[in-house]
Design a protein around this ligand. Structure first.
Ligand code: ATP
Ligand code: MG
Length: 382
C-alpha cells in the first residue's frame, strides 16, 4: 500500500509538553488537507498518511510541504515484513541508472535478520534484477530506505522531500502583522508563523488616495500567507483622516514618523481587544528613513506590547529571496500605492528626536483621530 511518511521538526526535542506540540501539528495537518480523502495515523516519531487518492499525491505533497513543524516527507510503500515483499517494493523504487545504497532501520527487534544483513540481501537482489546499477556505500547517487516497524509492516522509500520546518502554528502565541502591499511584511509574517505564531493581519489604506486595487492586492497577499499560517483574518483601517490632519497641522518632514506612531497605537488597541500579544512589522534596520534606530525608537515608544521585526538584520536581497521562495514576490511587486506614499515628504526626518516628535504631534487630537479610524475597521476572513 502507498503511504506518505511525515517526519517532524525540532518538536522531537521537546520534553514533557511534547504532546501539546504534536497535537497542534496533527490538527494543522488536518486543516491543510481539508477536502481530501485520507487517513492520518500517528506512530512513535512520525505520522503516516494512508488511504488517499494516488492521483492527488502531488497536491497533497504540495500542501504538506508548507506545514510548519514538518521536517520532511517521503512517498513510501508499506508491505508485510518479509524479504520477498520488501524486495518487490524496493525494486519499484530503483532508478534507471546510477549507484545506490540500501539503508535499513530495524525497529522490530523480533525480525529475524539484522539491519546490515537486510541491506546486503536486498542490495544483492536489486543488483541481480538490475545489472545496469552499481552499489556505492560511501557516496551513492540515491538510497533505498527500509524501515522495519514494530507492527509487522515495513516501509520502503527512496526520496526525502524537505518541508518548511519550524514550529506548529498555534504553539507560539498570537501576533498582529502590519501588512502593507510591499515585499517585506508578508515575509515578516511568514517568519513569525514559522516559529509557531498565529497571525492576524492589519492593513492601513488612504482611500480615495489609495485605490481599491491596492486593497485587493493586500487581500491577495494575505491569501498567499494563509498557505502557511493556517488561519488568516485581515483588519482594514482607513488612515485618510489621520494623514490629512498631519498634513494640515504638522511640518511635512514628520508625516511618516507621526503616521507610523498612529499605526502602532491602532495595532495595539486591536491586538489587546483580540487577546494578541505582539506586533509584527517588516522593518529592516536602515532600509529607509523610517527604519533608522531613532525612527524605531519614536514609533516603538507609543506601544507597550513587544514588537517583533524578524527582518531587522536582513538585506533586501535576502528578503526578496525568501519572498520568491514562499510565493509572495510576484504579487508584492505589482504596482500599488501604499498609504505612506500619499503626502510623501521630499525630505523625511531620518533621525527624529522623540521629544520633538511628541511636541509636533501635540497639536493633534490623537485619541479622537484613533477612535474615528477604528470606526472604519473592515474585517475580512480569508
Ligand atoms: P513593506 O515592503 O513591508 O511594505 P517597506 O520596505 O515598504 O516594507 P515601510 O513602508 O517603511 O517599509 O514599512 C515598514 C513596515 O510598516 C512594513 O513592513 C509593514 O509592516 C508596516 N506598514 C507599512 N505600510 C503599511 C500599511 N499601509 N498597512 C499596514 N502596515 C504597513
Ligand atoms: Mg511599504
Amino acid at each position: 500500500m502507498r503511504v506518505i511518511v511525515l517526519r517532524y521538526s525540532e518538536i522531537h526535542l521537546k520534553g514533557a509538553n511534547r504532546s501539546y506540540f504534536e497535537n497542534m501539528l496533527f490538527s494543522n495537518i488536518k486543516t491543510a488537507l481539508s477536502g481530501y480523502e485520507y487517513s492520518l495515523e500517528k506512530s512513535t516519531t512520525r505520522y503516516l498518511i494512508r488511504a488517499f487518492n494516488e492521483d492527488k499525491t502531488n497536491e497533497l505533497v504540495d500542501k504538506l510541504k508548507n506545514v510548519f513543524g514538518l521536517h520532511s516527507l517521503s512517498l513510501a510503500n508499506e508491505v508485510n515484513s518479509n524479504i520477498d515483499e520488501i524486495t518487490q517494493a524496493a525494486l519499484s523504487y530503483t532508478k534507471s541508472d546510477g549507484s545506490f545504497k540500501v539503508v535499513t532501520n530495524r525497529a522490530d527487534k523480533t525480525f529475524p535478520m539484522r539491519s546490515m544483513d537486510v541491506s546486503a540481501e536486498i542490495g544483492g537482489r536489486i543488483l541481480n534484477a538490475c545489472s545496469y546499477l552499481t552499489v556505492d556505500v560511501k557516496n551513492p547517487d540515491w538510497n533505498i530506505n527500509i524501515d522495519i516497524r514494530e507492527n509487522g509492516k515495513t516501509l520502503i522509500y527512496r526520496d526525502v522531500i524537505k518541508c518548511v520546518n519550524g514550529m506548529p502554528v498555534g504553539t507560539g502565541g498570537k501576533g498582529i502583522l502590519l501588512l502593507s502591499g510591499g515585499i517585506d511584511s508578508p515575509v515578516a509574517g511568514y517568519m513569525m508563523a514559522k516559529r509557531g505564531m498565529s497571525i492576524r493581519a492589519l492593513h492601513f489604506h488612504s482611500y480615495p488616495y489609495t485605490s481599491q486595487l491596492a486593497k485587493d492586492k493586500v487581500l491577495q497577499l494575505a491569501a498567499l500567507l494563509k498557505k502557511y499560517s493556517v488561519h488568516m483574518t485581515v483588519d482594514i483601517v482607513s488612515v485618510t483622516k489621520i494623514q490629512t490632519e498631519i498634513h494640515k497641522k504638522c511640518p511635512e518632514e514628520f508625516m511618516i514618523t507621526i503616521l507610523r506612531r498612529f499605526m502602532m497605537r491602532i495595532a495595539e488597541i486591536i491586538a489587546k481587544e483580540k487577546g494578541i500579544g505582539a506586533i509584527i512589522t517588516g522593518e529592516s534596520l536602515g532600509q529607509v528613513a523610517s527604519q533608522t534606530l531613532e525612527s524605531i525608537i519614536t514609533t516603538n515608544s507609543v506601544v507597550t506590547l513587544p514588537m517583533f521585526r524578524p527582518l531587522i538584520g536582513f538585506d533586501k536581497d535576502e528578503i526578496i529571496e525568501i519572498a520568491k521562495r514562499i510565493g509572495t514576490f510576484e504579487t508584492s511587486i505589482l504596482p500599488y500605492e501604499d498609504c505612506c506614499t500619499v503626502f510623501l515628504p521630499k525630505n523625511p526626518v531620518t533621525r527624529p528626536k522623540l521629544k520633538i516628535v511628541e511636541k509636533v504631534e501635540s497639536v493633534l487630537d490623537v485619541d479622537e483621530l484613533i477612535a474615528e479610524a477604528l470606526q472604519s475597521v473592515e474585517t475580512v476572513e480569508i
